[in-house]
Ligand binder design. Structure first.
Ligand code: ASP
Length: 347
């Protein structure tokens, strides 16, 4: 049974969404066109690697867990999975062979945010980002300070480099320069992918929204590099009156368009999530420097945006056809196709 306060909150939210256009006093931006339907329907959306996590998050939300706590439990699965080389333990390291993690989160109902960058030795940066949000007057902590904060909060330090990622790092290092003192081996083994991240967004039955993104960032990065994931408004963004959005892929491209924020702003203007993610991708292409464009004028990298509206509508978009994303609602957890700007390039 909902408490009296919860009941009043959900009735008030339903009444708000019933009118056609609503000036929400909590919103800092323009009035949001009322969504068609869907309030009362929890939905969790994430990058495809969150296929296990969306189910965990959804089940918790249905049982009444706060939506940010639920999605952080969802991304913790990848962070703690040593076989996942894109986040947390087992994430691919930087050029020095050190795993540096980035994460950020936003809690829609309380309008709070937290973030950590270049964090070493702690497996769950998403939880450290939430601790920054919960226990400090700051939003972002990085490097040594972020680690000291995490240790003070009781997080346990551990080696994040696994035997597998150490071998991958050595292989990458050996092949950097033919003339260096490292002998090249294993020439038939491809160098590992360089990106990988998990972004997860959720709306609960009351229409409360949250978002989180966590990553080991670009593999082999220059030590100290921070990507888009810990940048509020780029790696993820959430406005409880509109929706949430986040990203995976080349962070340097996303930071320049504040893609999480921009996607939410497009939804605030009344665009459907699938249109919002495509418009963000178009802006990103327009902001791509020439050295990163192929002969046909299209980017030589890929990137995805995930969007979830307050009424439960959702979508994800990718530059090149073929990417999928994970979703869980009353129909269960599944992968769906991202909308795309371009067909997959032929090799
Ligand atoms: N966006 C991440 C970063 O640039 C990487 C990724 O999503 O694969 O750090």
């Amino acid at each position: 049974m909902p408490t009296r306060r919860e009941f009043l909150a959900s009735t008030a939210a339903a009444a708000t969404l019933a009118s056609r256009t609503v000036a929400d006093p909590r919103s800092s931006g323009a009035p949001m066109p009322a969504p068609a339907a869907g309030l009362g329907r929890p939905v969790v959306v994430s990058s495809a690697n969150g296929i296990r996590g969306v189910k965990v998050a959804y089940d918790r939300i249905v049982r009444g867990t706060d939506c940010l706590d639920a999605i952080i439990a969802g991304v913790n699965i990848q962070e703690l999975d040593a076989d996942d080389q894109s986040v947390g333990v087992g994430g691919l390291p930087n050029a020095d062979g050190v795993v540096q993690l980035d994460a950020s989160c936003m809690h829609g109902p309380t309008k709070r945010a937290g973030s950590v960058g270049a964090l070493e030795g702690i497996a769950t940066p998403s939880l450290v980002a939430k601790a920054v949000m919960d226990y400090t007057d700051h939003i972002m902590l990085v490097g040594e300070g972020a680690k000291r904060f995490a240790l003070a909060m009781g997080f346990k330090e551990q080696e994040l480099l696994t035997e597998k990622t150490r071998q991958d790092w050595l292989r990458w290092k050996a092949r950097l320069n033919k003339d260096d003192a490292w002998l090249d081996h294993d020439d038939d083994v491809a160098i590992k992918f360089t990106t990988g991240t998990i972004n997860m967004n959720a709306v609960d039955a009351r229409g409360d929204i949250s978002s989180v993104t966590t990553t080991s960032g670009m593999a082999w990065k220059i030590p100290g590099r921070i990507g888009d994931s810990p940048v509020i408004g780029a790696g993820q963004y959430c406005d409880n009156t509109v929706g949430a959005a986040g990203s995976t892929g080349r962070g340097e491209a996303n930071i320049k368009v504040c893609g999480g924020f921009l996607t939410v702003e497009f939804m605030r203007q009344g665009l459907a999530p699938e249109v919002a993610v495509l418009k963000t991708l178009e802006r990103l292409v327009a902001m791509t420097e020439t050295r990163l464009l192929r002969a046909d004028g299209r980017p030589n990298f890929d990137i995805q945006f995930y969007a979830l509206a307050k009424d439960g509508r959702y979508a994800a978009g990718t530059l090149y056809e073929g990417a999928q994303f994970a979703v869980c609602d009353e129909r269960g957890a599944r992968l769906e196709k991202c909308v795309h700007l371009y067909p997959r390039p032929s090799r």
